[in-house]
Design a protein around this ligand. Structure first.
Ligand SMILES: Cc1cc2nc3c(=O)[nH]c(=O)nc-3n(C[C@H](O)[C@H](O)[C@H](O)COP(=O)(O)O)c2cc1C
Ligand SMILES: CC(C)CC(=O)C(=O)O
Length: 406
């Protein structure tokens, strides 16, 4: 791994929590990249809410429970993991550090947790896998393109590269409005490209015989190579890119098509209601990922942690796993989500801060910090196993005042 940047410089003290990593990353990134990574949509009401909602939840610790040996390991989609944490997909990680997606993937592999690679990564599915020696658990986040042949090709490449699940993002038919990207005229810095769209080195795996896909593929490829430099959509170059190429006509029914082309388990990312959780269930998905996209899409939605329980309730009695991201910054946040029924949680920005701080090593530090914090939170609250954190370990703001059941 490249080590082109130092750890904390003299004026930066060593980070002791994720906020410290954020502060250091804020100073090091260019204005445009920092704006892109940190922004939420519009007035960032939901961005603030993602954090504040965690702070409103109170813990109800139990004591004189043997917490000498607590159980952090669990399984995700049948794979053993060292703790219930996934790294969320975030686009264009090489803007943070040359280690980019490979750095995140290796840090996750070493920690024994899944990494989710974005469709809009600056390292290809093939290269990420090769750089990890084919080891580690990786999921592929899928954006669907107007031309289904492009989506098909992405899925086949992810399969061939050994990715173990498709994470279909459903909250982005088009891009949310992010003020910083508009002000900064954001586009991908020169020298980087959206690597999953580079021309395949070998013969194309494209399988939709009979359709002429070359023009559409070429357009996507050129845009990816040019770093989405098209600012014709007044909202931003990213917005122009998604409007032009993303399939805004996708419906729940489209999951049938996805299932017809792959045997990989499908995880639906971006669910915020019981209604959509039930529609996902009807499509036979393996997992539902509660997310508001780090509050970057529709502003004014609830914090994810506040809708988790309705989704969990809607899927009760099924084998569908529920994950959550949005504002996870502390071990106690993880514990709160587990108490509400999440099988695992995920985070996006903290991995980018770790990457900015010190490449792959910085991501490892961030992951280790979360593991240590989760372990501490469990010991201090009497929770012994991540798979069976009781609901009454927490008090939600909407819970009725305590009445003795004793
Ligand atoms: C810079 C950035 C880029 C993102 N890119 C993607 C993406 O390519 N695909 C996707 O499904 N979600 C993407 N997301 C959303 C994340 O997967 C995740 O839902 C969000 O970051 C969780 O919130 P957190 O950052 O507070 O942990 C992105 C988020 C950020 C901050
Ligand atoms: C270009 C975007 C679609 C990537 C993304 O998901 C995001 O920036 O939140």
């Amino acid at each position: 791994m490249s080590m082109s940047r130092s750890k904390a410089s003299a004026e930066e003290s060593v980070p002791v929590n994720l906020d410290d990593f954020e502060r250091i990353a804020d100073k090091r990134l260019t204005k445009a990249v920092h704006g892109y990574y940190s922004s939420g949509a519009n007035d960032e009401v939901s961005l603030r809410e993602n954090r504040v909602a965690f702070e409103r939840i109170r813990l109800r610790p139990r004591f004189l429970i043997d917490v000498d040996n607590i159980q952090l390991q669990t399984s995700i989609l049948g794979y053993n993991v060292s703790m219930p944490l996934i790294v969320s997909p975030t686009a264009m990680q090489k803007m943070a550090h040359p280690d980019g997606e490979t750095g995140v993937a290796i840090a996750c592999k070493e920690m024994g947790i899944p990494m989710t690679l974005s469709t809009l990564a600056t390292t290809s599915v093939t290269d990420v896998s090769a750089n990890c020696g084919g080891e580690g658990l990786r999921f592929f986040q899928l954006y669907t393109f107007r031309d289904r042949g492009i989506t098909y090709d992405l899925v086949k490449r992810a399969e061939a590269a050994g990715f173990k699940a498709l994470v279909l993002t459903v909250d982005t038919p088009t891009l949310g409005r992010r003020n910083a990207d508009i002000r900064n005229q954001f586009s991908l810095p020169t020298g980087l490209s959206l690597a999953n769209f580079e021309a395949p080195k070998a013969k194309s795996t494209l399988g939709s015989e009979g359709t002429n896909l070359s023009d559409a593929r070429e357009a996507v490829r050129i845009a990816a190579k040019q770093g989405m430099a098209d600012h014709s959509d007044s909202r931003s170059a990213l917005s122009a890119y998604t409007t032009k190429f993303f399939d805004a006509s996708l419906t729940w029914d489209s999951i049938k098509w996805l299932k017809s082309i792959t045997n990989l388990p499908i995880v639906v990312k971006g669910v915020m209601t019981a209604e959509d959780a039930i529609l996902a269930k009807e499509q036979g998905v393996a997992a539902v990922w509660v997310s508001n996209h780090g509050a970057r899409q529709l502003d004014g939605v609830d914090a994810t942690i506040d809708v988790l329980e309705e989704v969990v309730d809607a899927l009760r009695g099924t084998s569908i796993e529920v994950y959550l991201d949005g504002g996870i910054r502390r071990g106690t946040d993880i514990l709160k989500a587990l108490a509400l029924g999440a099988r695992a949680v995920a985070f996006g920005r903290p991995a980018l801060w770790g990457l900015t701080y010190n490449g792959k090593e910085g991501v490892s530090q961030v992951l280790q910090m979360m593991k240590d914090e989760l372990s501490l939170a469990m010991k201090l609250s009497g929770a012994t196993n991540v798979s069976s954190v009781p609901r009454d370990l927490i008090r939600m703001p909407y819970d009725a005042p305590y009445k003795s059941k004793l």
